[in-house]
Design a protein around this ligand. Structure first.
Ligand code: APR
Length: 184
């Protein structure tokens, strides 16, 4: 079991699977800054969640014109096994010198703060930015796991469980390797 430096109650877990099939209080989407839907996990979330999610995003877009990279917006979760979807906008990878790591970490931190604000216990993440946005998986895994572990080791967190639901074995193996190296 991973998690030796994290208090017993507060877990960070890695799974292989489809994030739309795993129950959580909030499911995180890897969205784009137009909040316009797309392929990958974004497409899967809209397909499984139903059209109400896009209607809420339309309202958010009308109000604030999208979502900046590194940030996230919340909608309800429609038919998904969750209360909320947090639509996080990861950076497109452009070689690593365009603040990608900072922006990617900010996605995870923002979603964890949104979970705290709502008193949520369980949140699930996909591997943000490592598909269409081409972030190298090993690098993204380190940023993601460090950001989440830092949050879970905080004194005042109410989040009890963070799941990474990774779609393929190569991505899972990469996260597992990095998690082991970080010795959490
Ligand atoms: N469950 C979990 N993970 C999934 C699922 C799923 N159902 N479907 C795909 N993934 C994985 C991909 O295999 C990849 O490892 O999610 C990871 C992120 O890939 P993308 O979904 O392509 O996300 P990202 O790289 O952040 O690109 C975002 O893609 O479709 C668009 O609208 C989206 O423009 C945005 C861009």
């Amino acid at each position: 079991m991973h998690g030796t430096r994290i208090p017993q109650r507060k877990r960070l877990r890695l799974l292989i699977g489809d994030i739309t099939r795993v129950a959580a209080d909030a499911i995180v989407n890897a969205a784009n800054s137009r909040l316009a839907g797309g392929g990958g996990v974004d497409g899967a979330i809209h397909r499984a969640g139903g059209p109400g999610i896009m209607r809420e995003l339309d309202e958010i877009r009308a109000r604030q014109g999208g979502c900046p990279t590194g940030s996230a917006v919340a909608t309800s979760a429609g038919n998904l096994p969750a209360q909320f979807v947090f639509h996080a906008v990861g950076p497109v990878y452009r070689g690593g010198r365009a603040r990608e790591a900072e922006l990617l970490a900010s996605c995870y931190r923002t979603c964890l703060e949104m979970a705290e604000e709502r008193g949520l216990k369980k949140i699930s993440f996909p591997s943000i930015s490592t598909g269409a946005y081409r972030y190298p998986v090993d690098e993204a895994a380190e940023v993601a796991l460090r950001a989440v572990a830092a949050h879970l080791t905080r004194e005042n967190t109410r989040v009890e469980e963070v799941l990474f639901v990774l779609f393929d074995k190569a991505t899972y193996d990469s996260y597992a390797r990095v998690l082991k190296q970080l010795e959490y």
